[in-house]
Design a protein around this ligand. Sequence first.
Ligand SMILES: Nc1ncnc2c1ncn2[C@@H]1O[C@H](COP(=O)(O)OP(=O)(O)OP(=O)(O)O)[C@@H](O)[C@H]1O
Ligand SMILES: [Mg+2]
Length: 624
Amino acid sequence: MTSRTSRDVLRRGLSVLGRAIREQPRIFAVAVSGSVLFGGLVIASAYVVGAVVGDVVVPAIARGSVGVAALALAAGALFGISVLRVVGIFGRRLGAGYMQFRLQAAYRRQVTRRYLDLPLSWHQRNATGTLLSNANSDVEAAWYPIAPLPFAVGTVVMLVGAIASLFVTDWALALVGLAVFPALFALNVVYSRRMAPRQARAQRLRAEVSGIAHESFDGALVVKTMGREAQETARFAARAGELRDALISVGRLRGVFDPMLETLPSLGTLAVLVVGAFRLRQGAISVTDLVSVAFLFTVLAFPVRAIGWVLAELPRSVAGWDRVRRVLDATGEMPYGDVTLDPADPTPATLAFADVGFAYEPAEAHLPGAEVLGEVTFTVPAGKTVALVGPTGSGKSTIAALAVRLVDPHTGTVSLDGVDVRRLTAASLAGTAALVAQVPFVFDDTVRANIALDRPGVTDDDVWAALRLAEADGFVAALPEGLDTMVGERGTSLSGGQRQRLTLARALAGRPRLLVLDDATSAVDPRVEAAILAGLRAPAAGGPAASILVVAYRRATIALADEVIYLEQGRVVARGLHAELLATVSGYADLVTAYEQAEADGEQPRPYDEVAPLTSGLEVEVDR
Ligand SMILES: Nc1ncnc2c1ncn2[C@@H]1O[C@H](COP(=O)(O)OP(=O)(O)OP(=O)(O)O)[C@@H](O)[C@H]1O
Ligand SMILES: [Mg+2]
């Protein structure tokens, strides 16, 4: 670390501390008061000890007898000081703890809140692991120096007080203090500067070691079946070795500096005794003064370390804060409009794409984003079903995301009932359109909670009705505790098809007026898939009054649609009835036939968890 960057870290670190103080001024005042009380009493105790030695012990030795009254007074004074010191320590520790943990909680909340406000494009650029460490260890690191901060501030006040009291006692002793205390302080600064990069390296390696371990446990199946145990172990061992070396280098530095930090005050005490003895002979000071000052030097050594602790934590704090900042300052959230659609409207909604173009943001800012959709125009009329068909990567999931406004188009408009979706309120969007994503997401909760999602007015009857429509009532009824069955993290206790039907039921329970199904029944067998779609299209039979946009592959499913849109490379190349397209569009016929052939051969051509997840890890419903 060059001195320029370390000065920069100091400046930015102090500004982080300043922010903490501005946010929790009262608690900080309590903690610093405790610390200053403690500091004042440390100085006072030195002078009381000096007085006890000079005015009680020395005369007693000279007389050969102890004055009981004087002894009692001295004991009382020392006891009083100890009690007050306890109060000081208590106030400081309590204040510092409150302040640190309150700030942590507040910023964890802010960061996670921000995650939910940021758009899908932001989430696609940021790994889940990073988000977790932002909300957890980065927030912690940012507020780490808060714990020793009040102690350090109190110590600075105490040092100033100590030097002032030295000058009152004797200028010669004060000069010794002026030499020793700043030297002690400087030694702490050098120590923490040397320590900071080593600590940072160790911290980074700790994260990497646990990352590797996590990955190999997580991928245990791959590691075992591919016979990669030895390589994985070696990879882990190499990084663990680096961590060991980093920690040893931390220990070595500590081994060099700790004894110096211990010795310096002792040298100071020695200097005080030499200079003091000289001044005593000159008659400039008393025994009381000499003992007080010598004692002061020994008791000050420890608190000075607190300043070093704060300085040592600053680089980590700045690094953590920068990463927290990056989340809090991230932009791109999509503001909602103020147009509302009647939530109780029982009629299906009309979805229209007009000349829609879209490009994903490039991985690196200087690269151009490749166009994914261009000039896409189509309508899903109220109550109709439109099937979206196209080869993999042609933009079907992107259209689904646009339809429920997970992303906004770069050109053209997407509208619901004639209103640009950007002008709708969040509640109107969530209440009108529901997406069932390609990759189902199930919460680690009960079946009921997964479907109702705490939405007001969703009763058990509604849940069962939704399950019936999703052809999921049978297996849920057979679960040991029915709706109360816990489904495990990400629904691990369910089969792929069961998970898909659960997420479909979740969308249906909100009574959407537009249902967007992105390959939502790929893991369900074809007969059930067709039955589900047929049920959804029959409001009379209890189906929802919803228009449906469905990404589909199977002939039986597509054949139920009122219109088929055939997509290639982000462009609509044909539209019409299934039978017409089959006869006239060769690409379409090839795709549908190839799919059918693959299924007939017993392959699972589209295992849902192998496809690129557009919305993985995100709630499938537009529920914001
Ligand atoms: N997050 C992303 N960042 C960059 N490019 C993306 C992203 N998601 C998708 N793409 C690209 O956009 C194009 C369309 O993707 P999309 O997921 O819409 O295809 P799809 O038709 O749904 O494919 P599939 O049938 O495999 O699900 C693809 O070329 C894909 O590589
Ligand atoms: Mg897709």
